[in-house]
Write a protein that binds this ligand. Sequence first.
Ligand code: ATP
Length: 286
Amino acid sequence: MSTSIDTGADPTTLGLEVQGVTHEFTRHGNTMTVCENIEFDVRPGEFLSIVGPSGCGKTTLLRIVGGLIKATSGTVMIGDEPVTGPGPDRGFVFQQDSLFPWRTLTANVRFGLEAQGARGMRGDLSRGEWRKESEARAQAAIELVGLKDFANHYPHELSGGMRQRANLARALAIGPRVLLMDEPFSALDAQTREIMQSELLRIWRQNATTVLFITHQIDEAVYLSDRVVVMSARPGRVRDVVDVDLPRPRDLHVKRTPEFVTYTDRIWRQIEQEARQAAMTSTSGG
Ligand SMILES: Nc1ncnc2c1ncn2[C@@H]1O[C@H](COP(=O)(O)OP(=O)(O)OP(=O)(O)O)[C@@H](O)[C@H]1O
């Protein structure tokens, strides 16, 4: 079911495929392999999370998918197109909010659209028509994330949860086919975080976007996702892909069901094992 609010976005959602991605960083002459031969796909409209021990390359992988850094080897496909750099088909939401303090919420949400307009990506629309279109898309995105009454507020007048809603609105306003989220709720208190998780599911249902989500929290990954990719310790590899077969729509009570606990236990055991092995390797000088 989709009751999509019209953000003016291209309604076609795309999947993505990570094909044999390996990434190395070289620092002071030392080369470190961060992730190795990563393969997985995210189906169109799917919500997929990545979890793994700290430092296993989750953020690096997301930045590669976003086209912010180029993989040492391997390819990322969005639909049928290889990723060669950032593009308006991908929206980002990061852990730290990235709102401009001198802009109102509406002006912040319009920012990406203004940038598209300035780059001549207006389709057949004139400059004036694009301005109107941007305004309408921004308003729709702000309404979608539940901030209609705060459209003229500045970031410092918003709570942490509201700022993350605003970041989400900004990412959605450009009409991304894939949404890339890097621990977007980790700076929030536990209660706000839970509210934001269920809000994200509501927004995802309405907007029908493909989501690639990174988190440290296993219960967050299970609650939100259709599938969870579990990565090994560095160099990160895909250790497991867990199909989360819990009915949707999900409310927060699902977290207290035995099925939910079975999923979180399965993932938890694997990450614990990885973290222990990594700790033993580092203490034995390996
Ligand atoms: N620009 C860089 N130059 C050199 N090393 C880097 C760079 N970016 C990340 N690294 C290193 O790559 C490794 C993986 O980092 P990354 O942030 O991708 O891991 P992560 O799984 O997201 O970690 P966490 O869960 O702690 O956020 C880390 O050891 C980090 O220090």
